[in-house]
Design a protein. Structure first.
Length: 354
């Protein structure tokens, strides 16, 4: 782990009672914070906020699509790939929130919102995302339990790196410099993962998910091929998905990469330690909050997954003060520095192979 990051997330001192009592005592650190957050109503849902946000996003999507139809078969239509990618990322944020029951406490309603935003509008299987994301939230940065730090195109520990062979080994040697270019493929990869996950779903859910995913592809292809030539349509789709993957990846990359990774054989952490020490906040003003979808308050989101997104920044002072009162590090940095720390970690993971 990079020295600067290690210094930021070094384990906080535990008192004797906690160290001897084990996980139950450690978990009690969270109770006072939870009480304060509940007392201020920050776990109450913001149905109106989400209704307005979803309506504005759908209207903006409609405006971009209208623009594509109006411009027609011209190279200027390709310019609209950028706003469409940005709006798709907003759509993904709403799908993410639905999966966390932030929008509605009713499971059926939340699933409908998730299916519409993920499967139909994005072509991304919400069942795949929720399965993966729930496991990540339960054990963030745990090498054996968090799918986000498992072996894939990238690796996150030198032990994983040592097992790489052939092309994968060459990729790992240079994974830090290839990280952002690889995000350009993420938009297409999300669709592939979603279709692959259909085999793991129960038959009835598989039918519904598959129908919506197929419907998305049909609608997307119809839009592109009815407004521009096949060649321009292919270029638009590639540019659009590349920009979408880049934007989405840039929103999620700063959150955990380069942060503490729990020892699988070590002591079990309580909820507060497990979520705070493995997460990084990104400070900034309104523009940063918008660009990262409010998920730059990652510590608060991990501590309270069902907390509505607009409440995360309101909960931050409470969480920060609580961590300070018990001597727990609270990692927060600027946007550029967050990427620098994540890339530095990836670079050091691949260092023994160079």
């Amino acid at each position: 782990m990079p020295q600067a990051v290690a210094a930021t997330v070094a384990p906080y001192p535990r008192d004797e009672a906690e160290s001897t009592a084990g996980p139950k005592a450690a978990g009690s650190d969270f109770a006072p914070l939870l009480k304060d957050v509940k007392g201020q109503g920050l776990l109450e849902r913001r149905t109106g906020w989400y209704a307005r946000g979803i309506a504005v996003n759908l209207a903006a999507l409609g405006a971009v699509i209208t623009g594509m139809v109006f411009l027609g078969d011209t190279w200027w239509t390709l310019v609209l790939a950028l706003p469409l990618a940005v709006l798709w990322t907003r759509t993904a944020f709403f799908g993410h929130d639905a999966g966390h029951a932030q929008i509605s406490g009713d499971r059926r309603t939340a699933r409908i919102v998730g299916l519409v935003h993920a499967n139909l509008l994005l072509g991304m299987n919400e069942a795949w995302w929720n399965d993966k994301h729930v496991r990540h939230h339960a054990n963030p940065n745990h090498i054996d339990k968090d799918p986000d730090v498992g072996v894939g195109a990238l690796v996150w520990t030198q032990k994983q790196a040592a097992q790489r062979r052939g092309l994968a080994r060459r990729l790992t040697r240079n994974q830090a410099r290839l990280f952002f270019p690889m995000l350009l493929l993420e938009g297409i990869a999300l669709k592939i993962y979603g279709f692959q996950f259909l085999r793991r779903q129960p038959v009835r859910e598989r039918a519904l998910s598959g129908l919506l995913l197929a419907g998305h592809l049909a609608l997307y292809a119809t839009l592109l091929l009815s407004t521009m030539s096949p060649g321009k349509a292919v270029l638009f789709a590639l540019a659009h998905h590349a920009l979408f993957g880049l934007h989405l990846g840039m929103a999620f990359a700063p959150n955990h990469k380069g942060m503490e990774m729990p020892d699988p054989d070590g002591d079990r952490w309580g909820h507060l330690q497990r979520q705070v020490l493995t997460s990084r906040n990104v400070r900034g003003a309104v523009l940063t909050d918008w660009f990262l979808g409010g998920l730059n308050y990652q510590i608060e989101h991990h501590l309270f997954p069902s907390m509505p997104r607009p409440h995360l920044r309101l909960a931050q002072p409470l969480v920060k003060a609580h961590c300070a009162s018990i001597g727990m590090p609270y990692a927060e940095t600027g946007l550029v520095e967050s990427y620098r720390q994540a890339l530095r970690h990836m670079h050091e993971v691949g260092e023994p192979l160079r």
